[in-house]
Design a protein around this ligand. Structure first.
Ligand code: NAG
Ligand code: NAG
Ligand code: NAG
Ligand code: NAG
Length: 440
């Protein structure tokens, strides 16, 4: 009976000694390399990553030039490693964990042609030509008839009067890119039918576009800010540019428009997926840009945005939502073996639970999750990614207005010009708004 104990006893010091040797070695090794770096600065330059420095976000710099679509970089360098410093000032309330309540983002699509669609395409005067698929010739209308059914509970039933009551005397603002604009149009279409034509209005298209209801003294607005921070793509119409230039450390220009809204719904994603981004720091020298990959640049922009949320949002007075990435369906081999098309001619949702396409970048999702969790109860997530992943049938494909004239070789090959990014209305974004209604 003594033997095992003895054996343990003799083994223990051996392990301890080995660990100690290992720890000492590690410390020494690190110290030596630190000393080497100090003695030989060139070593740092060539073999180390650029040193990380932190800059404060959203500081007013009157000398900073305004970015527009004519802005150019005078020269471009590698990214210096600068990051955004922001304090979470967390109120102690971590974001609600999904398991506490029902996770409405986990579920399945159920064919339901009695309660859907929630409005008719032809009855919404604010419908966009990019999203009106039926009007642009889509023959199958199945995409309008799907209800989202969460696994553990039911979504609150859409009720237009109840929604207006929630909005009474308030400003609801969507801020982001064309996907978010689609969600805004969906919301306007969902809401407008009960307001007499002479008691509602829509402002002309501008960076900030406003739908107003007199009766409810409420507005539903859209602010074009595809990268959240100020950029050379902030013109709502002319923003097709070869290079993307941003002020990575400031949302002030856009925030001056969104700061008085009562309910804010943000998104940003696809614009960061188009190659490297040029950074023009507020404190930088004139016209000298740094270049960084899209994910890195998006993280900086999210930092500047999070700094604004952390310092300006009182969750008792303002509700802030962040919509996760909207999936694309550009390669049908991802759901159909050995196929070479895209979303064109897809008529039904994917029925494989957990389907996830390559367009929804997981590192981006992790980064967004990290930022949002640091913001605690100041922001709620509208996690639309998984449920929209299933909806390969929900995109306009060829049934929308295209701005360029299509060439004969395109017309003879429909997938070549199909839009598999945006969503037909009525359709998937209506369900995103039902999630919003459910969370308000
Ligand atoms: C709903 O769908 C079913 C099955 O496809 C069909 O028989 C029925 O006519 C449809 N009802 C309406 C109102 O479209
Ligand atoms: C309408 O709503 C705004 C806030 O959006 C508020 O300042 C104003 O007092 C309201 N007007 C009326 C008549 O209730
Ligand atoms: C580029 O340099 C010129 C002259 O040095 C300067 O006037 C201009 O403002 C710079 N461009 C930018 C975008 O800062
Ligand atoms: C959204 O849901 C997916 C699973 O469907 C999950 O992996 C992801 O972490 C969620 N994102 C956020 C920001 O909560």
């Amino acid at each position: 009976m003594m033997l095992p104990w003895n054996r343990k006893k003799t083994h223990f010091p051996l392990i301890a000694i080995l660990s100690l040797v290992f720890i000492v070695f590690t410390i020494l090794y690190n110290e030596r390399s630190i000393r080497q770096i100090q003695e030989n600065p060139d070593h740092v330059h060539h073999h180390q990553e650029a040193p990380v420095t932190f800059v404060k976000a959203n500081r007013i710099n009157p000398a900073q030039e305004v970015l527009d679509r004519f802005s150019k970089c005078n020269s471009t360098r590698d990214y210096s490693g600068r990051k955004i410093a922001w304090v979470d000032r967390n109120d102690g309330q971590r974001r609600r964990v999904a398991s506490e309540r029902c996770d409405v983002a986990s579920g399945k699509w159920v064919f339901d042609n009695t309660s859907y669609p929630l409005y008719k395409e032809s009855e919404c005067p604010y419908m966009s030509d990019q999203l009106a698929c039926h009007r642009h010739g889509r023959p199958d209308l199945g995409y309008q008839y799907w209800r989202w059914q969460p696994h553990g509970c039911n979504l609150k039933r859409w009720n237009v009067i109840e929604m207006w009551e929630k909005l009474r005397g308030k400003r609801l603002m969507f801020v982001g890119d064309s996907l978010n604009r689609g969600q805004w149009i969906s919301m306007v279409c969902l809401l407008q039918s009960v307001i007499p034509a002479n008691k509602r209005s829509m402002s002309p298209n501008a960076p900030l576009t406003i739908f107003r209801s007199e009766e409810y003294n409420a507005t539903v607005e859209f602010l074009w800010a595809p990268l959240l921070v100020e950029s050379n793509s902030d013109d709502p119409v002319n923003h097709r540019l070869d290079e993307r230039i941003i002020h990575p450390d400031s949302v002030l220009k856009h925030a001056s428009k969104w700061e008085h809204a009562d309910i804010l719904v943000f998104n940003t994603y696809l614009w960061w997926r188009q190659g490297p981004v040029k950074l023009l720091w507020s404190a930088g020298k004139n016209g000298i840009c740094e270049e960084l990959d899209g994910l890195g640049a998006m993280e900086l922009a999210m930092g500047a945005w999070a700094d604004w949320v952390a310092s300006k949002v009182d969750p008792l007075k303002k509700q802030v939502f962040f919509v996760t990435m909207s999936p694309t369906h550009l390669w049908n081999r991802e759901w159909k073996h050995r196929s070479e098309g895209n979303c064109y001619d897809e008529k039904t949702p994917v029925d494989f639970e957990g389907y996830w396409g390559s367009g929804s970048d997981l590192p981006t999702m992790r980064m967004v999750e990290k930022v949002l969790s640091r913001l605690g109860s100041k922001v709620s997530v509208l996690n639309i990614t998984q449920l929209s992943e299933y909806r390969k049938d929900g995109h306009p494909s060829i049934y929308r207005k295209f701005w360029e004239t299509l060439k004969p070789e395109q017309l003879s090959n429909p997938p070549s010009y199909s839009d598999c990014i945006h969503w037909c209305l009525p359709g998937v974004p209506d369900v995103w708004n039902e999630l919003l209604f459910h969370s308000l």
